[in-house]
Design a protein around this ligand. Structure first.
Ligand code: AMP
Length: 387
């Protein structure tokens, strides 16, 4: 008997369930519908903290399940019934990119399907009129990119005086993308008495400064994903002559039937690669900042629907997009910022699945390689030379 008990303890003892986190029945039903049975570490920590009303500052990047980690408790705090006033918002979620905004809103719809709450998403690059309409009667939750939100505010389409909850998602990327002034403008318009949640992949000095100016005694959560992600991912590299990189890339892609996410440092480079791969009959699409919103949405949808094998992305465009279970990420070139390497490879081996990250390194990138290896505290396995 005692043995059996021990067995059960070992098998089940370390597994948290969503039921223990304090979520309402209707939210638990929505979670069950997604098929997720075990909360991720960020969810285990963030959900009870947010439900208790504390400000939260969490170090977590895309792939950790952070979206459900804040969306679920927010829905509970705001629900189950809508309490909107025309033109006003109760919870505001700011994201750096349109894609991330759309994904966060999708999560709100998924997890909030049994709640009677109103939500909307607004971002630039698309017609503003449907957004004006969506905000007219007020919403409980609004997901927004900063620039468009300020436009809407200036047009008096939205007012912030009812905001109870503020989320900054991927705060580090918002700073990188130069949104700090917009964010400060928005915050100055929101009543100070509110709950603040801040998510960021890294906690640099600058992010801490921002966090301290926004949050009150925030509860700090660090799920240490960086290292665990990095450790879970098989990381390899090829040393390759710069002019032969595209040939090698094409060969590597032809060797696999998997879908591949390829990172290019420049927009021009991404476009060139798509054309080059097409010459070898490899279907590829690019997403980057120079493409229109509808082009980006279509490229991402085609990739998700498995209509194309390869998605070529720049760092900023790829940030925050949610592509499940990607087996292979290839760095066509190395990022200048070592942290971006971690972001990039974090796109593989997500939510428990294993993945492979492969980098093509030319002679002029060896300095960047050393900086990356210093950051991840390990050497990347060399598969060979291609000269
Ligand atoms: P995120 O970090 O929020 O972008 O989520 C990464 C991916 O993990 C998304 O595709 C989610 O749908 C998925 N996910 C979120 N929570 C869980 C969970 N508890 N178990 C398994 N997958 C999850």
């Amino acid at each position: 008997m005692a043995k059996e008990f021990t067995f059960y303890f070992i098998v089940f003892g370390n597994f948290m369930t969503f039921e223990t986190l304090g979520l309402s029945d209707s939210l638990l039903r929505a979670v069950a519908h997604t098929g997720y049975t075990t909360p991720t570490p960020i969810q285990t920590q963030a959900i009870p903290a947010i439900l208790s009303g504390d400000d939260v500052m969490a170090a977590a990047q895309t792939g950790t399940g952070k979206t459900a980690g804040f969306v679920l408790p927010m829905l509970q705090q705001l629900g189950p019934h809508t309490r909107v006033t025309p033109g006003k918002v109760r919870a505001l979620i700011l994201t750096p990119t349109r894609e991330l905004a759309a994904q966060v809103h999708d999560s709100i719809l998924t997890y909030g399907k049994h709640e009677k709450l109103k939500s909307a998403v607004v971002f630039g690059g698309v017609n503003i009129n449907p957004q004006l309409k969506a905000l007219k009667n007020g919403v409980d939750l609004l997901v927004a990119t900063p620039g468009r939100l300020l436009d809407l505010h200036q047009q008096r389409a939205v007012r912030f005086d009812d905001i109870e909850l503020l989320v900054l998602d991927e705060a580090d990327r918002m700073l990188d993308m130069g949104f700090i002034r917009d964010i400060r403008k928005i915050i100055a318009l929101i009543p100070p008495k509110r709950q603040n949640l801040m998510f960021s992949a890294t906690f640099s000095k600058e992010i801490r400064k921002l966090a301290n100016s926004i949050c009150r005694n925030p509860l700090e959560i660090d799920v240490a994903l960086r290292n665990s992600t990095v450790e879970a991912i098989e990381q390899n590299l090829w040393f390759v002559e710069k002019s032969l990189k595209a040939d090698l890339l094409s060969e590597l892609i032809q060797e696999t039937t998997e879908q591949v996410l390829v990172f290019s440092r420049t927009k021009h480079g991404a476009n060139k690669l798509v054309k080059r791969l097409a010459r070898d009959s490899i279907s590829a699409v690019a997403i980057h900042g120079n493409r229109s919103q509808s082009q980006r949405t279509k490229a991402l949808a085609d990739f998700k629907a498995n209509k194309v094998q390869v998605l070529v992305a720049t760092d900023i465009a790829a940030r925050g997009i949610d592509i499940e279970l990607l087996a292979l990420v290839i760095n066509f070139d190395l990022p200048h910022v070592p942290e971006d390497y971690v972001h990039r490879i974090g796109r593989t081996g997500r939510a428990g699945a294993s993945g492979v990250a492969l980098s093509l390194v030319s002679n002029d990138e060896k300095k960047q390689l050393r900086a990356i290896e210093r950051l991840i505290k390990r050497e990347i396995t060399v598969l060979g030379d291609y000269y």
